[in-house]
Design a protein around this ligand. Structure first.
Ligand code: ADP
Length: 281
């Protein structure tokens, strides 16, 4: 603009030509600069998408054989091929737990890569949340047992209404949290319960997962849901985590118009995670 105005107010032809050339050069430079920036942005977007697709393909490829291994291990542990002695059973249980961890790690990665590109398709249906949670507790019993922890399921006194949601995604979201409760507890154990609540016209289910574990500092109670917050303490104590599980769980709960939050009296005092889900939305 300045060059253009200066050009209009030139005193002679020489000054006019000089300013005209300057203006032309500035426009040319800006054009190439802006085009370069746009190209760079689209390149970055393409790279991001490629990275996400790569993670997604690799995760699928890894998950399939691990799931097959899990099936065979379950059959062995259930005694389908005969009773096992204590020692081989103990070793197989360890293999089973490690395999489970790997599957969950891959699921986390896959979910986050899908989340990034809003490809996480939801399949909503009406189902029993209560049965789903008790199934997860059953599945994680072996892990808790191995760490000498109790994993208590406080069955609701009366049957709870079915909810409207995506059972597969909610399963993964809740599994993350109960699995964390076991992972971050050394002594005592984990208690899981669901209550029905009436909020005005709305019926809701409140799932509570409380542990007697390592607890959470008050300034991290919110940031742990934002992804990649593992805390200095946990990074030292548990090397394998990535700090992605809770972020995924939060996104899933929000997609169900629910709420998720954590409470803890601080380090060493245990933690309680709450998930509130509307029966209908
Ligand atoms: P990860 O467990 O892989 O690190 P998460 O997103 O599941 O990732 O959890 C984020 C962080 O929140 C953990 O690193 C840990 O510091 C903290 N956390 C989660 N659950 C618990 C729990 N039950 N007790 C104590 N800390 C927890």
């Amino acid at each position: 603009m300045i060059f253009f105005i200066q050009m209009l107010f030139s005193r002679n032809f020489y000054e006019f030509s000089l300013r005209f050339i300057l203006l032309f050069l500035v426009i040319l430079f800006s054009f190439f600069l802006i085009r370069g920036i746009f190209r760079e942005i689209s390149q970055l977007k393409r790279l991001g998408q490629m990275k996400s697709e790569f993670v997604s393909i690799v995760s699928h490829q890894l998950r399939t054989p691990l799931t097959a291994a899990k099936g065979y291990l379950s059959l062995l542990l259930d005694g389908t091929y005969g009773n096992l002695d204590a020692k081989p059973r103990e070793i197989l249980e360890k293999v089973f737990i490690s395999n489970e961890r790997l599957i969950r790690l891959i699921n986390d990665l896959l979910n986050v890569s899908l989340m990034d590109y809003n490809k996480l398709g939801f399949k909503f249906e009406r189902f029993s949340f209560e049965n789903m949670v008790s199934g997860i507790v059953d599945e994680l019993k072996i892990e808790a047992f191995h760490k000498n922890l109790f994993l208590a399921w406080e069955k609701p006194a009366k049957p709870l209404p079915q909810i409207w949601g995506d059972p597969e995604k909610l399963y993964q979201a809740i599994l993350n949290i109960i699995d964390n409760a076991i992972k971050y507890t050394k002594q005592g154990g984990v208690t899981v319960k669901i209550e029905e609540m009436e909020r005005g016209e709305m019926k809701k289910l409140l799932l509570t997962i409380s542990d007697t574990g390592e607890g959470i500092e008050s300034d991290r109670l919110e940031s742990i849901f934002e992804g990649f917050d593992r805390g200095e303490r946990m990074s030292k104590l548990h090397i394998e985590g990535k700090g992605l599980g809770l972020n995924f769980s939060k996104k899933i709960v929000l997609a169900h118009h629910g709420k998720i939050w954590a409470e803890s009296e601080g380090p060493g005092e245990g933690s309680t995670f709450f998930i509130e889900l509307p029966v209908n939305f």
